[in-house]
Write a protein that binds this ligand. Structure first.
Ligand SMILES: [Zn+2]
Ligand SMILES: [Zn+2]
Length: 137
């Protein structure tokens, strides 16, 4: 039996191997009508130095803020190329942070599949209009 969810999550896992901040390697694939419309991983702005080259850039809360997160990279790639994200699904290796959750909702993403849970007390404020589904490993 073909498993579409496993297929797209495996692609997201593959995307995560390109991440350049080793605090967390995250991959994201945006899918519409069973087709990948974009991919992303957490890394610096194109052309800027990466954490794995120059070290992390930590904010006051101890979060590394150098990278564009995988979900935002995937969404922004669609923006650059003029690809519609409305009604798409997101496959993400990890449960999105609150910033990405807001971005996914505002991009019109309807369903978010993720594998690794990431405790975040703010997500529930922003994911109410999306299906939020944790997949088995
Ligand atoms: Zn970093
Ligand atoms: Zn995020």
């Amino acid at each position: 039996m073909r498993d579409w969810n496993k297929y797209f999550m495996d692609l997201a896992i593959q995307a995560s191997t390109m991440a350049t901040c080793d605090r967390l390697h995250v991959g994201c694939v945006l899918v519409k009508d069973k087709r990948v419309i974009s991919t992303g991983f957490n890394g610096s702005i194109s052309g800027h130095p990466h954490c794995d080259e120059v070290g992390h850039l930590l904010n006051d809360e101890g979060r590394c803020i150098r990278t564009v997160h995988a979900e935002q990279n995937a969404i922004l790639d669609c923006a650059r190329r003029g690809v519609v994200t409305e009604g798409a699904c997101a496959y993400v290796t990890h449960e999105p942070c609150e910033h990405c959750t807001r971005s996914l909702a505002q991009a019109g993403i309807k369903t978010v599949f993720f594998q690794e849970g990431y405790e975040n007390k703010w997500n529930a404020k922003f994911n109410t209009d999306m299906h939020w589904i944790q997949l088995e490993r």
